[in-house]
Design a protein around this ligand. Structure first.
Ligand code: DC
Length: 224
């Protein structure tokens, strides 16, 4: 196994941004596992398959090809050879991904792919179940948390920048729904690993969070 930093946390904690900066500063390979669940969701929706049609989803998973690449610090996501980096961030995917990612067949396909990625190289991997299921023995486990209101407010502002017109109340509502699905699902429910270090980012800047995690990584490396 390579050196593995697991970063788990709900949407809107700044997880993606923080992970990207730490990857740039440390040379760890950034793996956004949420992007992989988003790819499966996009492919199923493109083929007109809903989250209730598990047999059809299993067929799709047999041939799906998901690649995460890093060109000049830009992470790109390829689904069956096509760059879908932007498409997987659309509202349609936000609305459906929690349903697809709750399915056993989907997790059975993606989890081993993620394990393989961490075995081959030194990684910082972000998601919901990295410290609990994918890498229970990760070298560093961080759980980023943040108040629901702050998370919704951050996502609302991000949306405005992206030109997405969704009211704060709607953002809040969909966050609550997604969180419920993620934490109550039977397989790999989203919970904090008991040995993960909790960082509440509600009142912290991105820079502060990055500094704190870098300190934790340096401390851990000294022990190895
Ligand atoms: O981090 P994100 O918002 O891009 O994640 C998209 C969805 O994928 C989210 O609903 C939770 C799910 N997910 C998961 O179940 N397990 C992971 N390791 C990563 C994401």
């Amino acid at each position: 196994m390579g050196f593995v930093v697991a970063i788990d946390g709900p949407a809107g904690t700044g997880k993606g941004t923080v992970t990207k900066i730490i990857a740039e500063k440390t040379g760890l390979i950034n793996i956004d596992t949420g992007a992989m669940y988003r790819c499966v969701t996009l492919e199923c929706l493109n083929q007109g398959v809903s989250a209730y049609e598990e047999e059809k989803i299993e067929k799709i998973l047999e041939n799906i090809d998901i690649k995460l690449t890093h060109d000049e610090n830009m992470q790109k996501v390829y689904l069956n050879g096509i760059d879908v980096s932007e498409e997987i961030r659309k509202t349609k995917i936000d609305e459906n991904v929690a349903k697809f990612s709750a399915l056993k067949c989907v997790r059975d396909k993606l989890t081993p792919m993620q394990v393989k990625m961490g075995e081959m190289q030194d990684v910082i991997m972000e998601g919901r179940d990295i410290g609990t299921i994918v890498f229970p023995n990760a070298d560093v486990k961080i759980f980023l948390d943040c108040s629901l209101e702050e998370r919704a407010s951050r996502r609302y502002k991000q949306n405005i920048k992206k030109g997405i017109n969704e009211s704060y109340d709607d953002v809040l509502k969909s966050m609550i729904e997604r969180h419920k699905l993620e934490t109550e699902r039977k397989i790999a429910p989203f919970i904090k690993a008991t040995d993960a270090i909790l960082i509440d980012t509600s009142k912290m800047s991105i820079e502060d969070v990055v500094t704190k995690i870098l300190e934790i990584i340096h401390e851990r490396k000294k022990q190895l």
